[in-house]
Design a protein around this ligand. Structure first.
Ligand SMILES: [Zn+2]
Length: 287
């Protein structure tokens, strides 16, 4: 799933490739991805792209005088750029293609979604704040004004464990399952530590891990073509998705805790005092 760093890189990529160009055709293939119906998808056609924005994990293509095209790629969605789109309309029901956006130059991009769980979402709205998921977003952790005092204030009264709190888009925008594992590993904290139990020193450590982890991931991704971002994300992760591999910091074996629809990875030596987290008992606690 693309998270803040990858969506930030996609924003840069699309800014370079879309701004100044006219969207001439919107070709929906999987109608279910469209979450709004008024204005229609076609209302974007004939408008020039003036800017591309990121809100959390949402991408917003702003047009001159037309509506915004907002998308959330979700777990298995992706954006594929094409310098030359194929001739002829795409066929529905074949493969992962959900939506094709064509420019006046013949270039454009496809939004695709792999797998059977369909969560990719597209919104056509006069104002991006009309997208419920955008309106609910908490502060962006890379914003200039997201300082340690702001982070400390956010955690005050937070009753959840760190793993759940960091992933909550209404608390902090843009961090998902992968980067929350990475941030907690960098901060040397258990994913099940209670947010309310952090000392001021620990809060500072977690804040620094959050900013550093995301900033480094953005730097690695910046300037990469859309097609290379997934591989870059994977290669940059130290613990997430690396169950059974050695921790790059201490060499201990990275372990995981599984849930019904996801899993987390951590290093026992770095994060939990050497003790493996019990899978079943603690997975209940996270709910
Ligand atoms: Zn370690």
């Amino acid at each position: 799933m693309p998270e803040l760093p990858e969506v930030e890189a996609l924003k840069d990529f699309l800014t370079d490739h879309l701004v100044g160009h006219e969207i001439v055709r919107m070709l929906p293939v999987a109608i279910s991805v469209l979450k709004t119906y008024d204005p229609p998808l076609s209302a974007v056609e004939g408008h020039e792209v003036v800017a591309v924005h990121r809100y959390g994990k949402f991408l917003d293509v702003e047009t001159d005088g037309g509506p915004h095209l907002v998308t959330h790629l979700a777990r298995a969605g992706w954006l594929q750029w094409k310098d030359r789109l194929p001739d002829g309309p795409p066929r529905p029901g074949k493969g992962p293609l959900a939506l094709r956006v064509a420019l006046e130059t013949g270039a454009g991009f496809d939004l695709t979604e792999a797998g059977t769980q369909k969560r990719l979402a597209v919104y056509v709205v006069p104002d991006p704040q009309q997208v419920p998921g955008v309106a609910r977003l908490g502060p962006d952790p890379l914003a200039d004004d997201f300082d340690e005092a702001r982070f400390t204030a956010l955690l005050q009264g937070e009753r959840r464990r760190l793993k759940g709190a960091l992933r909550d888009q209404s608390l902090i925008a843009g961090v998902g399952n992968a980067y929350s594992d990475e941030i907690l590993h960098a901060a040397k904290m258990s994913p099940f530590k209670l947010a309310a139990s952090l000392t001021p020193e620990e809060t500072r450590r977690l804040y620094e891990a959050l900013r550093t982890t995301l900033t480094e991931a953005v730097e690695r991704s910046r300037g990469l073509a859309a097609g290379r971002l997934k591989a870059e994300k994977k290669s940059g992760l130290r613990v997430h998705g690396r169950t059974g591999e050695p921790c790059p910091v201490c060499g201990d074996t990275i372990r995981e805790v599984s849930f019904s629809d996801s899993s987390l990875q951590y290093c026992p030596t770095c994060q939990t005092g050497g003790k493996p987290l019990a899978d079943r008992r603690l997975s209940r606690l996270l709910k």
